[in-house]
Design a protein around this ligand. Structure first.
Ligand SMILES: NC(=O)C1=CN([C@@H]2O[C@H](COP(=O)(O)OP(=O)(O)OC[C@H]3O[C@@H](n4cnc5c(N)ncnc54)[C@H](OP(=O)(O)O)[C@@H]3O)[C@@H](O)[C@H]2O)C=CC1
Ligand SMILES: N[C@@H](CC(=O)OP(=O)(O)O)C(=O)O
Length: 348
């Protein structure tokens, strides 16, 4: 077993880490950190638990420590669920102290020597770790996963990008409230309502998508060369982000081939049979009224993306559209970091 720690263990995403790691065959949670408000308390006293399953017995009595590498002993991997501003300050300290940091926070994602990885999409970007360690003189390293909406989008774009010439993508999101954290969106703002703005979300979707699909030339990642335009919205759903995706290709295409490439898509996690890898990263729904967040967010234990309403665009040539649903705090957050760590543990 590999000893792992969770940074920001009391938050929404931290709790998902605890839940998903409870029965993990290779990772054992031995350290939990949070702010000084929680440090020194037993986990069950420090946390306001929001998930449907119980707090796992194994961590109930674990004493939460400050998010400081000097207080985290004998741990090989730390999963970071810290607010971005804190992540920027402390993740490098954990890497400097020799730990492998699998971060869910946005702080370091676009650093040129920090891999931003979805294991089914761009595992080869992990080779940047060597550059990072040399450049920064670290024994450990930082690997990041993308934004929750980006992950779901890019998992569907990858098979299409490999087979067709994508010219431009428009995406309109309908994002669950859990993406903003428990206290992120007041109930008065969201019940009977929709909020048509999520700070920095559109910029992240537009930049991270092209970076993830970029070529790694051995030294640097050269972004993919097509247009992505996003519009992001908060809706009254607890978990599960829905996205309406519109794609224009350079050339005409066969819709059955598009469907085949999504259905048959497999990546390295599937080949390596990693513990958290869904058998099918993309699940196609044929019903007119699917995917829906409540019905489809748990596809592949929350690690698969469901795609439905796949159709040719009858207005614009060489164009298609579909709707997707992905679980934002599992595939879009904690599950994504855990899959990154499983891959690292297997291949490095
Ligand atoms: N990949 C993705 O798309 C997603 C990413 N996220 C990202 O994950 C991260 C966590 O989000 P979420 O769980 O919603 O946030 P929460 O606010 O729910 O939790 C934050 C956690 O960080 C701790 N913390 C807060 N301030 C400090 C500090 N100064 N020093 C040390 N620890 C601190 C909190 O501890 P305490 O309880 O003691 O205050 C808590 O454990 C964010 O970066 C967020 O953007 C979130 C959702 C999806
Ligand atoms: N902004 C996302 C969640 C999030 O925290 O994203 P990021 O990891 O890019 O900061 C949402 O609200 O649904």
């Amino acid at each position: 077993m590999v000893n792992v720690g969770i940074l920001g263990a009391t938050g929404m995403v931290g709790q998902r880490f605890i839940q998903l790691l409870a029965d993990h065959p290779d990772f054992e949670v031995t350290a939990l950190t949070a702010s000084s408000r929680s440090a020194g308390k037993k986990y069950e006293d420090a946390v306001t638990w929001h998930l449907e399953t119980k707090i796992p017995d194994a961590v109930k009595d674990t004493v939460v420590v400050n998010t400081d590498p000097r207080e985290v002993k004998d741990v090989e991997i730390v999963f970071s669920a810290l607010p971005s501003q804190n992540a920027a300050k402390v993740e490098p300290k954990f890497a400097e102290a020799g730990m492998k940091v699998a971060s869910n926070a946005s702080a370091m994602r676009m650093e040129p020597d920090v891999p931003l990885v979805v294991p089914e999409v761009n595992p080869e970007h992990l080779d940047l770790i060597e550059t990072q360690q040399k450049r920064r003189g670290w024994d450990g390293f930082i690997v990041t996963n993308p934004n929750c909406s980006t992950i779901a989008l890019v998992m569907t774009l990858k098979p299409l990008y490999d087979q067709f010439n994508i010219k431009r993508v428009y995406v309109s999101t309908m994002q669950a409230v859990s993406g903003a954290g428990y206290n992120g969106v007041p109930s008065m703002a969201i019940v009977d309502n929709l909020v048509p703005f999520i700070g920095e979300e559109e910029e992240k979707m537009e930049s991270e998508t092209l970076h993830l699909l970029g070529d790694f030339d051995g030294e640097t990642v050269n972004n993919a060369n097509f247009g992505v335009s996003a519009s992001c919205h908060r809706v009254a759903v607890l978990d599960g982000h829905t996205e309406a995706v519109f794609i224009e290709m350079d050339d005409d295409f066969d819709l059955d081939e598009v469907k085949g490439s999504l259905t048959n898509f497999k990546g390295l996690p599937q080949k390596l049979n990693l513990y958290s890898a869904p058998e099918d990263p993309v699940v196609i729904r044929e019903e007119d009224n699917r995917p829906q967040p409540r019905m489809d967010r748990m596809a592949g234990n929350g690690m698969a993306v469901s795609v439905g309403r796949l159709r040719r665009d009858e207005v614009y040539s060489n164009s298609l559209k579909y709707v997707l649903v992905g679980h934002n705090t599992i595939r879009g957050a904690a599950g994504a970091s855990i899959l990154n760590a499983e891959l690292i543990n297997e291949i490095l």
